[in-house]
Design a binder for this molecule. Structure first.
Ligand code: FAD
Length: 373
C-alpha cells in the first residue's frame, strides 16, 4: 500500500493551518481525516473568535503576534473577506488587580502594540460598565476574527496543492512498525503515512492512549452566552477583557457575547454539554460588571473545550518516543489567535524532521526566529 507523506487527524484550525503551511513548503499528497461532516465543528467553531496577543506566557504572545501579522495581511487570494475586524481590545483590571496586570502587560513585549488607557474611555463607550476599573490597556489592531474564513482559507490553500480532506472519517487506532507510527486505522480502512499528525483537539491524546500511553491532555469546558440585540449598543464596540475577575464581552449581532471564564475539567466527549449552574455564574458576573444592563437575557448558551498539556505549554512538535508521530494540540484558549503561527511552526518541524525538540515545549530560539518572519 502506498504511503501518504503526511496524514493529519482533525480539521479544526490546528489541522487546517498545519496542512496549509506544509503545502506552502511544497509537501504534496497530504491527507486530512475529519470525523465530523465538515471542518471546524468543535472548539474551532465554538469559541469567542477574539484576536488577542497579550498573554502572561512569552511563547503564546510571540505566536499570537506572528499570527496577527498573517491575519491582518494574508497572502493574495487567501480570502475574499477581511480576516480581522479591528474593533480594538481593552485589557482592564479592577483596583485590586492593577499591579498584576501591569506586571505582565509591560513584560515580554506585550505592550509594544498597546497604549495605557484611562478607564473613563471605556465608560464612555460602554456606559453600562461598573465604575470599578483601576487600569486599562488598549490594543488598537486586535478584535474579532472571521474564523470560518480563516479555516476555509487554510483548507483551500492546502487543497490547491493537492491535499485531500476526508470528512466523516474517524481515525480509530495508530498503526505501528516497531516504535514507528506508520499511519492510522480509520473507519474507511488503513491510511499509511510517513508522518502522522495529531491535530484532534480535545481528543488528541486518545489514539496514543489506545496504544497504551497515559492521558497527557486535560480538557476544560467553557461556556459562552449571547444576548438578543440591545438597542443601546454600538455595533463596532471593542472587546473588553477584565483581568483579575475573569470576565469578557464584545458586541455580536447587535447584542453582546459574554464569557464568565468558567473552567471545569471534563471528559472530551462532555465538553459541549451545558452545565446548569453556569447561568448563575453568568448572572453574577453580569451584575458585577454590567450593572447598566440590569436584565440581560440569554439568546443562546453553548460550551466548548479548551485543551491543556500538564505544563500548559502548547503541544507542538514531534512525539518524544514514537517516530513518525507529531502533535499540534493543547492550544488552550489561544488556538485561534495563535493558529497561523502554530501551523507554520508545526509544518517546519514536520517537513524538516527535527527530532530533538520534546513535545510540549516551544523553544525560545525557534520563537524568536518565527517572530522575525
Ligand atoms: C468557550 C471558548 C472560547 C474560546 N475563545 C477563544 C478566543 O476568543 N480566541 C482564541 O484564540 N481561542 C479561543 N478558544 C480556544 C480555541 O477555540 C481552541 O484553542 C482551538 O479551536 C483548538 O483548535 P483545534 O484544531 O486544536 O481543535 P478542534 O477545533 O476541536 O479540532 C479538532 C478536530 O479533530 C477532529 N477529531 C477528533 N478526533 C478525531 C479522530 N479520531 N478522527 C478524525 N477526526 C477527529 C474533531 O472532530 C475536530 O474537528 C476558545 C475556546 C472555547 C471553548
Amino acid at each position: 500500500m502506498s504511503r501518504t507523506p503526511v496524514l493529519i487527524v482533525g480539521a479544526g484550525i490546528a489541522g487546517a493551518a498545519t496542512a496549509y503551511f506544509l503545502a506552502q513548503r511544497g509537501v504534496r499528497g497530504i491527507v486530512i481525516l475529519e470525523r465530523a461532516a465538515s471542518a471546524a465543528t468543535h472548539s474551532t467553531g465554538r469559541n469567542a473568535a477574539i484576536l488577542r496577543t497579550a498573554a502572561p506566557q512569552a511563547a503564546v504572545h510571540a505566536l499570537a503576534a506572528d499570527s496577527m501579522r498573517f491575519y491582518l495581511k494574508p497572502p493574495e487570494g487567501f480570502s475574499e473577506v477581511p480576516l480581522v475586524q479591528s474593533v480594538g481590545l481593552y485589557l482592564a483590571a479592577p483596583q485590586h488587580a492593577t499591579q498584576g496586570l501591569e506586571n505582565w502587560v509591560t513584560a515580554q513585549g506585550n505592550s509594544l502594540d498597546a497604549r495605557r488607557a484611562d478607564p473613563a474611555e471605556l465608560y464612555a463607550i460602554y456606559p453600562q460598565l461598573a465604575r470599578d476599573l483601576g487600569a486599562a490597556w488598549h490594543f488598537e489592531r486586535e478584535g474579532v476574527l472571521d474564523v470560518e474564513a480563516i479555516v476555509q482559507g487554510f483548507l483551500r490553500g492546502a487543497r490547491q496543492a493537492g491535499a485531500e480532506v476526508r470528512f466523516g472519517c474517524e481515525a480509530r487506532e495508530l498503526l505501528f512498525e516497531g516504535d514507528r507510527v506508520v499511519g492510522v486505522a480509520s473507519e474507511q480502512g488503513d491510511v499509511l503515512a510517513r508522518q502522522t499528525v495529531l491535530a484532534s483537539g480535545a481528543w488528541a491524546d486518545h489514539l496514543p492512549q489506545r496504544a497504551g500511553r497515559q492521558a497527557s491532555l486535560q480538557v476544560r469546558r467553557r461556556h459562552l452566552m449571547s444576548t438578543p440585540p440591545l438597542p443601546e449598543l454600538a455595533d463596532q464596540g471593542p472587546v473588553v477583557w477584565i483581568e483579575g475577575d475573569d470576565f469578557y464581552f464584545r458586541p455580536e449581532s447587535g447584542g453582546l457575547l459574554l464569557c464568565a471564564c468558567d473552567q471545569d475539567v471534563v471528559h472530551a466527549d462532555d465538553s459541549e454539554c451545558l452545565r446548569e449552574e453556569v447561568l448563575d455564574e453568568f448572572a453574577q458576573k453580569c451584575a458585577r460588571w454590567l450593572p447598566g444592563f440590569p436584565e440581560l437575557q440569554a439568546a443562546r448558551i453553548w460550551a466548548g473545550a479548551r485543551t491543556f498539556a500538564a505544563d500548559e505549554h502548547f503541544s507542538v512538535g514531534p512525539d518524544p518516543e514514537w517516530q513518525g508521530l507529531h502533535w499540534v494540540a493543547g492550544l488552550a484558549g489561544h488556538g485561534i489567535s495563535c493558529g497561523a503561527a502554530v501551523g507554520r511552526l508545526a509544518a517546519e518541524w514536520i517537513a524538516e524532521s527535527w527530532s530533538a525538540v520534546p513535545v510540549a515545549h516551544l523553544h525560545a530560539p525557534r520563537l524568536s526566529k518565527l517572530a522575525k518572519h
